[in-house]
Design a protein around this ligand. Structure first.
Ligand code: C2E
Ligand code: CA
Ligand code: CA
Ligand code: CA
Length: 273
């Protein structure tokens, strides 16, 4: 059946309208989300592949909107970056994660994601120092995960900020490695401590010779630069075996555990296995 062109247009515009309206609503409600207790952190295990021990957790934000239910970070973080609310939200996430981690066994690290907007704010290093002081988390137990996009927009500012952060004794991981425009250049010009291979490579690696070759190349690169490599998105035993075969240092993914809330004083850590 033929559709009436004006109807099609109408439907299309209606769809756009809905999207824009949801976005406006989310932007508006996000301002109050912290105070209303709608934000939470979940934590996902990072494991050493040599010892099989738990080495740390990555903190990931969750937002439970009173009307829409759970809203994915992939949707609300870009909005928060646009409105500038990511500064407050990111600081809340950092403080909450550090306070939580301060109660864990001292060999367990905490990794917190950092938005480019946060990185380019000149007082970030002071804020981090303040949070470490308040929560009494030793700096060596904190790692910040930074994507390449954080860096390419304003290289000099980003480098300056990274150096000041590192001077506090914190480590910095390059997140989503391999998805950016110039990952090699970025890796070479910035003082990262660790590489996180983006999960898209592992998801494609089984039965895909090229993806496996890329993983192998990233591991060789990490070794030659003296940077441990963590692979994201490990979902199956086969993927895990591939990583062990290739000599990957650490891994994270649904195979080991989904991101989960941690509450109470006795998180019940399983350190081996
Ligand atoms: P990311 O930093 O790359 O985080 C990894 C994402 O992969 C998380 O999605 C995690 O739940 C998901 N994941 C973990 N294991 C597996 C697996 O085995 N398979 C698959 N398919 N996925 C897996 P999530 O929690 O939805 O977060 C999405 C993105 O939102 C994050 O990507 C990060 O860029 C951003 N984000 C989350 N929390 C924060 C935060 O506190 N601050 C900032 N700035 N960004 C955050
Ligand atoms: Ca991350
Ligand atoms: Ca990542
Ligand atoms: Ca990502």
């Amino acid at each position: 059946a033929k559709t009436n062109p004006s109807e099609t247009t109408c439907y299309y515009e209606h769809g756009m309208d809905e999207k824009a309206r949801r976005r406006r609503q989310l932007a508006n409600d996000l301002r109050l989300a912290i105070d209303r207790g709608e934000l939470a952190l979940v934590y996902q295990e990072q494991r050493s592949l040599k010892t099989k021990m738990l080495s740390g957790y990555e903190a990931l934000l969750r937002w439970h909107h009173p009307g829409f239910g759970p809203v994915a970070p992939a949707e609300f973080i870009p909005i928060a970056e646009e409105t500038g609310d990511i500064i407050r939200i990111g600081e809340w996430a950092l403080r909450t994660a550090c306070a939580e981690a301060a109660r864990w066994p001292s060999q367990i690290k905490i990794a917190v994601n950092l938005s480019p907007v946060q990185l380019l704010k000149p007082d970030l290093p002071d804020t981090i120092a303040q949070v470490l002081l308040e929560t009494r988390l030793p700096a060596r137990r904190l790692e910040l995960e930074i994507t390449e996009s954080a860096i390419i927009s304003e290289k000099i500012k980003a480098l300056h900020s990274l150096r000041r952060i590192k001077a506090l004794g914190i480590s910095v991981a390059m997140d989503d490695f391999g998805t950016g425009y110039s990952s090699l250049d970025t890796l070479h010009s910035f003082p990262f401590d660790r590489i996180k291979i983006d999960k898209s490579f592992l998801l494609r690696a089984e039965g895909n010779h090229q993806a496996r070759t890329i993983i192998r190349a990233v591991l060789a690169l990490g070794r030659s630069l003296g940077m441990p490599v963590l692979a994201e998105g490990v979902e199956t035993q086969r993927q895990l075996e591939l990583l062990i075969d290739e000599g990957c240092d650490e891994a994270q993914g649904y195979y080991f555990g989904r991101p989960v809330p941690i509450q109470g004083d006795a998180p019940g850590f399983v350190l081996a296995g």
